[in-house]
Design a protein. Structure first.
Length: 167
């Protein structure tokens, strides 16, 4: 991925449709198992919500501009409760999802880590991009399993895997 710095911020009000739950649920279960703790239903639900929010943002960003990813704040105070976080996505679930997607072999997303410069007092956000493998998996799932969505020719002609979806 080529870093350009013009990626949009994560939109916490955007998430995948519930018709994609059969795609999201197994990944969320794997993330919960990878934590090594006793499986709790609310933790799996939080991970599924975080995964849905991240995937929706990555797909939207790719559809708008393939070279852009999303900026995300992975600091402890990045995901507070309030009107700008309607799904109450927590930082623990976000970190688990990002770590799993980056750490899978091959990686499902690409990550450019952020940092905080103490001398300048400036923070740099983490940036994420969708990988071709994850994009292909999501697109194939949509084509094969979702019948109420009509698949049209791709808007982005540089990659025929992703088309515009109309309901």
């Amino acid at each position: 991925m080529i870093y350009n710095g013009n990626s949009p911020w994560l939109d916490r009000t955007l998430r995948l449709s519930s018709s994609l739950d059969p795609f999201v649920s197994p990944i969320a279960e794997n993330i919960a198992k990878g934590a090594g703790k006793q499986r709790r239903e609310h933790a799996v639900h939080n991970i599924k919500t975080a995964l849905s929010v991240i995937l929706a943002n990555l797909l939207r960003s790719y559809a708008l501009q393939p070279s852009h990813g999303i900026k995300i704040d992975l600091s402890n105070d990045g995901f507070l409760k309030g009107p700008f976080n309607p799904f109450e996505v927590g930082i623990r679930a976000i970190r688990k999802v990002v770590d799993y997607l980056v750490g899978s072999n091959p990686p499902l997303i690409h990550k450019r880590g952020g940092n905080f410069d103490k001398l300048r007092g400036v923070g740099y956000p983490t940036e994420l991009w969708i990988s071709e493998r994850l994009l292909k998996n999501v697109t194939n799932f949509i084509k094969e399993n979702i019948k109420e969505v009509k698949y049209q020719e791709p808007y982005n002609q540089s990659n025929p895997l992703l088309g515009t979806l109309s309901i």
